[in-house]
Design a binder for this molecule. Sequence first.
Ligand SMILES: Nc1ncnc2c1ncn2[C@@H]1O[C@H](COP(=O)(O)OP(=O)(O)O)[C@@H](O)[C@H]1O
Ligand SMILES: [Mg+2]
Length: 286
Amino acid sequence: MAKVIATISLKGGVGKSTVTAGLAEFMSAEFGQRVLLIDLDSQINLTTMMISEQQWAELNKRGDTLASLFADAVNGNNEYFHLETAIQRGVSPVKKVTTVDLLASSLDLIELQEDLSALRVSQERSDGGVQFLREAIAPVVDYYDFVLIDCPPNIGPVTLNGLAAADAYIIPTIPDFLSTYGIPQIQNRVRRFGEEIGRTIVELGVVITKYKSNSSVHSSTTKRLRRDPTIQHVLPNYINESNAIAAAAEFAPYGTLKVKYGNQGQFDQFRGLTVDVMTEAREKIK
Ligand SMILES: Nc1ncnc2c1ncn2[C@@H]1O[C@H](COP(=O)(O)OP(=O)(O)O)[C@@H](O)[C@H]1O
Ligand SMILES: [Mg+2]
């Protein structure tokens, strides 16, 4: 059975897409896992970390992105989205990463979000219009060991589709006041949404990103999060802020993960975080 994990945050720029991409690449190259990446964010950052902008433009023109899925949903038909052609196989610019597939996002999702909200409000559908993604990936999901879903930085209808398809979620955050502010809101919203759809979406933990070891705010916020009983769990491996990780967002050929992410601690941190997530997932997802 695949473990399906959503990455969610209320704030952009916290390293959510970077963490999602890195987890998939490490799961594949270091642990031989088959991974499906699902990019639900209309900013298409995860998509353009995994395929070139030209490849994305072609996919978008052909309608082989998740915008087609939600367009079909809004129009009430199955005209545009075809799972088999939409799944991009063997993505990632890292040569050693061979088992990561991608369902790409599209800038066209921006407009569709409003139509989806309208659908949810109109209650035209008994399931509230949140099961489209889950139903769409059902035929392939168990081919994978892990499915990672990068959600947009809000709890709108697209994110709810991501959560409805997920067994569990992680919350990446920069350890500062503004970035951590929304964590309880996410936890409460996911809990209530789980009740709405009749199952528990398990929290795997908070992922500390862009950590600056010389910042007193970062170390005190991290300590506060670790002590906070409402934050169930902060995953033990943090991702430091680093130039190599920032540069890794560019789609350019890399031989290995050490070359892409840097080998001054970054490789070990990302590998450690990947173990944290896989361990939590195996323990907590039944
Ligand atoms: N650990 C890191 N160190 C340095 N830069 C990072 C790190 N993680 C992410 N970034 C950079 O920060 C920006 C936002 O990251 P991104 O993953 O796109 O965030 P989000 O998906 O939360 O909006 C990008 O330019 C990315 O390259
Ligand atoms: Mg992002």
